[in-house]
Design a protein around this ligand. Sequence first.
Ligand SMILES: [Zn+2]
Ligand SMILES: [Zn+2]
Length: 236
Amino acid sequence: MRLVTRAQWGARAYRTPNGATPYSRPRRGVKLHYLGTAYSDRPHDQCAAYVRQLQAQHMDGNGWSDVGYSFLVCTHGYVYEGRGLSRRNSANGNTALNEQDYAVLLMVGSSGLTKPTDAQLDGARDAIDYCRTKGGAGTWLGGHRDGYATACPGDTVYAWAKQGAPRPKTTTPEKEKPMSYRDVWEQDAAPAPDSSPTKKTNPTWKPISFLREIYDLARETRDLVRDIRDQQKKGA
Ligand SMILES: [Zn+2]
Ligand SMILES: [Zn+2]
């Protein structure tokens, strides 16, 4: 996971005592969020500034003690530490919901850039796994809209969450599978079965019967070789 610590993104200190409130019990799982505003993609060297801006909105606009999310994932797949694993988030709607699940934001908008990138899905998956393995989160996975009246995290991210947040398909070409005899046969428009003498005489002939024919042929050849050998022994 490409974690960007608070020190690395230049976070402001959170307010105490509220910003330091720990979770009082284990988390059921993880809720995903989107920005819910217009968002346009940007070069990665501007992502930290955007996270600082979100923190300022939450602290100065909303009056919260810190950025609301547990983690924030940019379109380049980096995972920014928000309230982290032990401090209770303030993004899920109310205290009970904040207690219940971690809050992971994918930096996509309700307009502009609305679909997460593959790198971002990978980063979000990393954050979910991190919450589970290091933060004791259970396997429940959903969105801000679960149990709270909001469109967040948007239909695309929500559908992904409900599929279990699968990693995007890798673009690395799969190792080419060797073709089976049958594949080659079908690719060659099957001249072999048509020319098979068995097919003409047997109405129930199937492509797989060819294997039987080859086996029979091999056995005949073996017997023929044996006969020739026997004759040679007799002649010697
Ligand atoms: Zn949300
Ligand atoms: Zn970025």
